[in-house]
Design a protein around this ligand. Sequence first.
Ligand code: ZN
Length: 248
Amino acid sequence: MGNDRYRRQILVKEFGSNAQKLLSESSIVIVGGGGLGSNSANILVRMGIGTIDIIDKDTIDITNLHRTSLFTQEDIGKSKAVVLEERLQAINPEVRVKGINQNVTKDNIETFLKKADVIVDGTDSIPLRHLINTVSIQNDIPWVYAGVYGTIGMTMGILPKKTPCFQCISQNIPESTTGETPVLGSLPPTIASIQCNETIKVLLGKQLAGLIIYDVWNQCFDVMSIQRNPHCPICGKMEKNLSKGRIL
Ligand SMILES: [Zn+2]
């Protein structure tokens, strides 16, 4: 790590050489390698994360190209996970990159996520986010939610039993829609960038912002401070049972 690659980043007073070292020792898993996941992977690999796994079973489609990072027209039909591993490793050989060409299911999710220091949300599925949330709370692994629709995106870092979990904030999250989701091409890179900052702040133990909402078209930025729901069936129940000495 003693090279010039991160010199300009280390100069940032909020970051510095200690943060760079901590980042290089950290392991993240990104679930989904599309609009959000590919952009977040690109940023985190360039910034010097230590280890990154990206899980996605999809192949690259022409409809992905307007909002993703690192894919070209020649990649259409290839595995997202395989192409991302190749490109990311070429961008930064110091990072351990693994592309996993599999679907994440309730049977295998724990195997994929349990070694992560932080889980990064790159999915477009509300049920899968609830699954990530449950694994996060049960295994005490932070995760950073992100979602995009049209011109509006949201992201929030979730620290198990410290911040609200995804279930606690679910009334603030738009429902899944049927059919194709509209997404402006400039939106996922912007939200991924904010998501990466929150991810790094989780790794460094810094104060998180809350539920960040950004409309890239109207330039409206908002941060909602949401309280934990003491009756949350995911983080509330765990807390209650842990306090009784019973671990679910
Ligand atoms: Zn909760």
